[in-house]
Design a protein around this ligand. Structure first.
Ligand SMILES: C[S@@+](CC[C@H](N)C(=O)[O-])C[C@H]1O[C@@H](n2cnc3c(N)ncnc32)[C@H](O)[C@@H]1O
Length: 331
């Protein structure tokens, strides 16, 4: 899996940036990033096409990487899942669709839903020369919180960094609406903050109550074994382009995007107990490697895989934070 933006999307962003003043864009990007950190919504922060482009330059590489990683975990958990249609809810500049197409070559139809005309227009510009499923995507300008909204059904429904912007009082109805539109799997990506995790757990409970079966990252459907101040989240490393570094005033050639994901499926789709998941960075030592695992029975457990346990160690040493963990004898 490559967490970097596909070359065609990067080139489309670069093309859209031509003619935009670098300084002005850096200012916009700074204002938008700061606003998101303070918990403000896109509707306040992204007012026109230039703001949307500043988001695409500074945030899309990271939200793409996190979404692509969660989709990769889905592929591991459900190797037979081959969605034909995608609903990208709160699509923004459309990075989620690019990640989904990269993960699932089976996709042949896509609907982007967003209430922001600026984001929808930019998503169309950026995908104009992209894969046919994206250049021909349907556009739905709509408010997820609208009680009259019946989103089009899709095999894969994605809400990446979008439920964050739905008020807590509206979360259950919005999740219910998107779950109703889900024929296969509903995937939610949230920022990897304590608040994003708490919202993810709320979504998990709502989906389970609505008859959904949790696909991941949790290998079980019981209560979460973590409690504050601990929280479940993952990290995806991604390269930073020169333009991105300039816009963010950042030095390092990479960044680590922290995120949380939750996915549920319609019962009847293929099932099976989930594998344990590594929920913290593995710690390598002389004797072996130490893994913090969320176990299929709901326990959170620190497990030492020693070098003496050769087959398991050979596997464990290649794994990272967020990966599924199976002992060779469990397969
Ligand atoms: C932080 S951006 C995420 C964009 C994209 N999914 C990504 O991962 O980069 C949140 C998006 O959700 C959209 N959004 C927020 N609340 C919405 C609502 N009530 N109805 C429709 N779209 C909404 C915003 O316009 C924005 O495009």
């Amino acid at each position: 899996m490559d967490p970097a933006l596909p070359a065609a999307l990067r080139a489309a962003i670069d093309l859209a940036l031509e003619g935009q003043g670098g300084g002005g864009l850096a200012q916009r990007a700074g204002r938008i990033s700061e606003g998101y950190r303070q918990g403000r919504a896109s509707s306040v922060l992204v007012r026109d096409g230039s703001d949307a482009l500043a988001y695409a330059l500074t945030r899309t590489p990271a939200t793409y990487a996190a979404t692509r990683r969660a989709l990769e975990e889905l592929r591991v958990l459900r190797p037979g899942f081959a969605p034909l249609s995608l609903l990208d809810a709160g699509a923004g500049p459309g990075g989620g669709g690019w990640a989904a197409v990269d993960a699932f070559a089976s996709l042949s139809a896509c609907t982007r839903l967003d209430h922001s005309p600026a984001f929808l227009a930019l998503a169309e510009t950026l995908s104009a020369h992209g894969p046919a499923v994206l250049s021909g995507a349907s556009r739905l300008q709509a408010d997820l919180a609208d009680p009259g909204l019946a989103p089009p059904e899709a095999d894969l429904v994605l809400a990446a960094y979008a439920l964050t912007e739905v008020g807590p009082g509206r979360l259950d109805e919005v999740v219910g609406r998107l779950w109703s539109a889900t024929r296969g799997i509903f995937l939610v990506i949230e920022p990897g903050t304590p608040e994003g995790w708490r919202r993810g757990l709320q979504v998990r409970a709502l989906l389970a109550a609505g008859g959904g079966r949790i696909v991941g990252p949790c290998p079980h459907a019981g209560p979460c074994g973590l409690s504050a101040p601990d929280w479940c989240h993952f990290a995806q490393r991604l390269p930073r382009s020169r333009g991105h570094r300039l816009a963010k005033g950042a030095e390092a050639p990479f960044e680590d995007e922290k995120f949380f994901w939750i996915a549920a499926e319609r019962p009847g789709a293929q099932a099976g107990p989930g594998p344990a998941r590594i929920i913290a960075p593995p710690r390598a030592g002389k004797a072996g490697v130490r893994l913090r695992l969320c176990q299929p029975d709901g326990r959170v457990e620190d497990v030492e895989v020693t070098r003496r346990d050769r087959a398991t160690f050979a596997r464990a040493r290649r794994l990272g934070w967020g990966d599924a963990f199976r002992r060779p004898e469990d397969q």
